[in-house]
Design a protein around this ligand. Structure first.
Ligand code: NDP
Length: 291
């Protein structure tokens, strides 16, 4: 088994972006600028947002963190988005999800200008991706595809099983793996909570992407010998031996599955760092269009 080291590949990608920022600035352009909107005080969201802001700083991007209290009205949030859409000092921005219950995610996402939607969640970007047109590809599936590419994983003609059909991970991942390009050209099966015979379907996978949010759900008996396994899950499980009282684990039982597969991503250190690096990559794509 070989580890697909998302941490190392993300570092490589960030270093490449940092070189490009230096060149950009040397040519008299301003560096790429990403803004992040955070509503409320969800601890996990705060951690993700801080990591994104730090990642910007580390490679010379500008970043802005815009925080609103949980009781902000949807209308006020939409106004803030309008301002960012018009702000020419900004290349792209994201609204960290989840939002409080009184705010409709879809309305918020649709308000973002597609050309600044570096999370790739706007229906225009999703639609373009499904048609294979130039667009922002959302960061988690985009990061996974980049990881497969850098490990030169063969995908053509392979059976890719995607566990999970969410709009931010499973859905776009399936679209990307069925594209007529590399990485892609897979025969794709999307499984979800209503899927019957899940184990039999997983056992057919040459490439198995687990994105369901269930700790260590995928066990060795569900994985074909030699499969490539991508673990997207980030789950907190109680662990009294850790100072913070929990540990992070993926959707895959790493120990058991690692013995059977050809490649596997660890959690942490796999898809997570690639997601952040790919968001930076999307921001650079937006900045290149501005020049
Ligand atoms: P969602 O909860 O939005 O979607 C989960 C999907 O899994 C749904 O399609 C659901 O089916 C399916 N599912 C749930 N239980 C089962 C089951 N027992 N068998 C088969 N399918 C099942 O989650 P996300 O897609 O947002 O995230 C998935 C995981 O990835 C989470 O652990 C999340 O923390 C992690 N994540 C990691 C990121 C990273 O950067 N590494 C980024 C984003 C997410 P149905 O549609 O029928 O409900």
């Amino acid at each position: 088994m070989k580890l697909m080291d998302g941490k190392a590949i993300a570092k490589q990608l960030r270093e490449e972006l940092a070189v490009e920022v230096t060149e950009m600035v040397a040519q008299g352009h301003r560096p790429p600028h990403l803004a992040v909107i955070l509503v409320g005080n969800n601890a996990a969201s705060e951690t993700y947002v801080n990591a994104k802001v730090k990642a910007c700083k580390d490679i010379g991007f500008e970043s802005s963190l815009i925080q609103f209290p949980p009781e902000i009205t949807q209308e006020m949030l939409l106004h803030a988005i309008d301002d960012l859409n018009e702000n020419e000092d900004l290349d792209g921005f994201i609204v960290q999800l989840p939002l409080p219950n009184h705010i409709d995610d879809k309305t918020v996402i649709e308000r973002i200008l597609p050309s600044k939607d570096v999370d790739g969640f706007h229906p225009i970007n999703v639609g373009k991706m499904s048609l294979g047109l130039d667009c922002f590809i959302s960061a988690t599936p985009g990061g996974i595809v980049e990881l497969l590419k850098r490990y030169k994983i063969e995908t053509e003609g392979k059976h890719c099983v995607v566990l999970g059909r969410s709009n931010i991970v499973g859905g776009p991942m399936a679209m990307l793996m069925r594209r007529n390009t590399y990485p892609g050209n897979c025969t794709v099966t999307v499984a979800h909570s209503r899927t019957k015979n899940l184990k039999e379907i997983c056992l057919q996978a040459d490439i198995l992407v687990a994105a369901i949010g269930k700790p260590e759900f995928v066990t060795a008996d569900m994985v074909k010998e030699g499969a490539v396994v991508v673990d997207v899950g980030i789950n907190r499980v109680d662990d009294a031996t850790r100072e913070r009282g929990y540990r992070l684990t993926g959707d895959v039982d790493f120990k058991g599955v690692a013995e059977k597969c050809s490649y596997i991503t660890p959690v942490p250190g796999g898809v997570g760092p690639m997601t952040i690096a790919y968001l930076l990559n999307n921001t650079m794509i937006a900045a290149r269009k501005r020049k």
